[in-house]
Design a protein around this ligand. Sequence first.
Ligand SMILES: [Zn+2]
Length: 85
Amino acid sequence: MGKYDHIRYLKRTKARTTHQCDRCKDIVMPDEYYCVEAIDDKFLHSLHAKRFCAKCHEKYGESLLFPKKERKKMTEESGPLNNFR
Ligand SMILES: [Zn+2]
Protein backbone atom coordinates (compact mmCIF):
# COMPACT_ATOMS: atom_id res chain seq x y z
CA MET A 1 0.00 0.00 0.00
CA GLY A 2 1.37 3.42 -0.93
CA LYS A 3 0.99 6.39 1.34
CA TYR A 4 -1.65 8.04 -0.84
CA ASP A 5 -3.60 5.00 -2.03
CA HIS A 6 -6.79 6.15 -0.35
CA ILE A 7 -6.94 9.36 -2.40
CA ARG A 8 -5.77 7.94 -5.71
CA TYR A 9 -8.27 7.42 -8.47
CA LEU A 10 -8.53 7.23 -12.24
CA LYS A 11 -9.75 10.25 -14.13
CA ARG A 12 -11.30 9.74 -17.56
CA THR A 13 -9.67 12.14 -19.96
CA LYS A 14 -9.76 12.87 -23.66
CA ALA A 15 -6.30 12.55 -25.13
CA ARG A 16 -4.76 15.65 -26.67
CA THR A 17 -1.59 13.88 -27.74
CA THR A 18 -0.72 10.22 -28.06
CA HIS A 19 -0.17 8.24 -24.88
CA GLN A 20 0.97 4.72 -24.19
CA CYS A 21 -1.09 2.54 -21.91
CA ASP A 22 0.92 1.46 -18.87
CA ARG A 23 -0.83 -1.87 -18.80
CA CYS A 24 -1.10 -3.24 -22.33
CA LYS A 25 1.30 -0.79 -24.04
CA ASP A 26 -1.34 0.14 -26.59
CA ILE A 27 -1.20 3.63 -28.04
CA VAL A 28 -4.02 6.02 -27.23
CA MET A 29 -4.61 8.38 -30.14
CA PRO A 30 -5.61 12.06 -29.81
CA ASP A 31 -9.38 12.49 -29.22
CA GLU A 32 -9.69 9.00 -27.77
CA TYR A 33 -10.55 8.56 -24.13
CA TYR A 34 -8.07 7.19 -21.66
CA CYS A 35 -7.67 7.22 -17.90
CA VAL A 36 -4.99 8.99 -15.97
CA GLU A 37 -4.01 8.40 -12.39
CA ALA A 38 -4.97 11.36 -10.21
CA ILE A 39 -4.58 12.24 -6.57
CA ASP A 40 -7.43 13.95 -4.78
CA ASP A 41 -5.32 16.56 -3.05
CA LYS A 42 -4.62 20.04 -4.36
CA PHE A 43 -1.13 20.09 -2.90
CA LEU A 44 -0.09 16.77 -4.34
CA HIS A 45 0.56 16.17 -7.97
CA SER A 46 1.53 12.86 -9.39
CA LEU A 47 4.54 13.57 -11.56
CA HIS A 48 4.64 10.10 -12.94
CA ALA A 49 0.94 9.51 -13.28
CA LYS A 50 0.06 6.21 -14.87
CA ARG A 51 -2.08 6.22 -17.97
CA PHE A 52 -4.36 3.45 -19.14
CA CYS A 53 -6.34 2.99 -22.32
CA ALA A 54 -10.14 2.74 -22.21
CA LYS A 55 -9.99 -1.02 -22.86
CA CYS A 56 -7.89 -1.68 -19.78
CA HIS A 57 -10.06 0.62 -17.73
CA GLU A 58 -13.15 -1.31 -18.80
CA LYS A 59 -11.48 -4.58 -17.87
CA TYR A 60 -9.79 -3.67 -14.62
CA GLY A 61 -11.29 -0.38 -13.45
CA GLU A 62 -9.80 1.24 -10.35
CA SER A 63 -7.92 -1.95 -9.56
CA LEU A 64 -5.33 -0.85 -12.14
CA LEU A 65 -3.94 1.42 -9.44
CA PHE A 66 -3.55 -1.17 -6.75
CA PRO A 67 -1.37 -4.22 -6.18
CA LYS A 68 -2.57 -7.72 -7.01
CA LYS A 69 -3.72 -8.56 -3.52
CA GLU A 70 -5.92 -5.48 -3.30
CA ARG A 71 -7.23 -5.98 -6.83
CA LYS A 72 -8.76 -9.33 -5.96
CA LYS A 73 -10.36 -8.03 -2.81
CA MET A 74 -11.86 -4.98 -4.53
CA THR A 75 -13.32 -7.06 -7.34
CA GLU A 76 -15.01 -9.41 -4.91
CA GLU A 77 -16.47 -6.68 -2.75
CA SER A 78 -17.84 -4.10 -5.13
CA GLY A 79 -16.63 -4.63 -8.68
CA PRO A 80 -14.03 -2.29 -10.12
CA LEU A 81 -16.36 -0.29 -12.36
CA ASN A 82 -18.92 0.81 -9.80
CA ASN A 83 -17.31 4.20 -9.29
CA PHE A 84 -17.85 5.11 -12.90
CA ARG A 85 -21.53 4.37 -13.34
ZN1 LIG B 1 -4.37 -0.72 -22.10
